[in-house]
Design a protein around this ligand. Structure first.
Ligand code: AFP
Length: 280
């Protein structure tokens, strides 16, 4: 697994350079979800594929930016599902964005994700890995190397709320739940990029990020394989919860298509349990 995290770190350093200096404009292409791709989406996807396809233990790659799965080699233990540049619509306003990686064995289902990692491209380049027992924070130093900083653990209760989804289309019980948290003094922390928004909740020790089903998007927007399952692995391993709107563990999900989405809630136990009670 170490070689996979090293490959992700190499890709991260190159993507950070592209973010800092390349054109943030749109390309002429659309991805499989129909989103018009930024030149940076395409560049980041190319970088990840180039860096990860070198790794002997990788069997196949599934990118959010590509319709089909890319076979890499017949041997290889791992399937990597990744979003090369999540929140890329924020790149032109110089807000933090991220890359997300799920490391799977045999198939892209929740039970088969054996590790996860994400990178935050902010004032610093930070990488979080979730594997075996620990969630670890790594930070790029002046030499360009990633150095271990600390392990990360969520408390049972936090103070931050990241309420995603178009508010005019929220279901009434979701709106009531979110309003209740704010009436109790929770702080709004939402940038439109799930990587920095979830990273903030993890680093600050608790709270809740939700991207619910809405009347215009009943299955939400967050994709299982590239986004929600990797973060579910991180948040559960850090002592939190990651559930869908029926209170089921996201890690118990079996997506029919590797581009499928679902409503998702990530955070510390207290807030997630309250969210699910609000949905009962
Ligand atoms: P982009 O990658 O298209 O910018 O979308 C980012 C994202 O998938 C996720 O990172 C955010 O939490 C969510 O979309 C924001 O969606 P809204 O703009 O609907 O709040």
């Amino acid at each position: 697994m170490k070689e996979v995290f090293e490959g992700i770190a190499k890709a991260a350093a190159r993507i950070a350079d592209a973010l800092a200096h390349d054109d943030t404009g749109y390309s002429d292409n659309k991805n499989s979800t129909g989103d018009v791709q930024l030149k940076l989406d395409i560049r980041s996807d190319y970088i990840v594929e180039e860096e990860l396809s070198r790794i002997e233990t990788i069997h196949a790659l599934a990118s959010e930016e590509k319709e089909s799965i890319t076979p890499i080699r017949d041997g290889g233990q791992y399937l990597i599902g990744y979003d090369p540049l999540d929140g890329s619509s924020l790149a032109d306003v110089d807000l933090s964005v991220g890359s997300i990686f799920g490391i799977y064995e045999n198939s892209f289902v929740g039970a088969n994700i054996v590790a996860a990692s994400y990178v935050v491209y902010g004032p610093r380049i930070e990488m979080v890995t979730a594997y075996k027992r620990n969630v670890e924070l790594w930070r790029q130093d002046r030499s360009g190397e990633f150095r271990f900083v600390q392990t990360l653990q969520l408390k049972d209760k936090g103070k931050l709320v990241a309420p995603g989804g178009t508010q005019q289309f929220w279901y009434p019980h979701h709106k009531k739940f979110v309003d209740q948290l704010f009436s109790e003094g929770y702080r709004l922390r939402y940038s439109g990029g799930m990587v920095p928004d979830l990273h903030q909740i993890l680093i600050k020790g608790g709270g809740i990020f939700s991207y619910p089903g809405t009347s215009d998007k009943p299955q939400g927007k967050i994709r299982y394989v590239f986004e929600s399952l990797p973060f579910a692995k991180v948040f559960e391993m850090a002592g939190g919860l990651a559930l869908n709107d029926r209170g089921e563990r996201l890690l118990d999900s079996v997506p029919k298509n590797h581009h499928d989405t679902s409503p998702c809630f990530f955070g510390s136990k207290t807030e997630i349990e309250r969210a699910i009670a609000a949905y009962k």
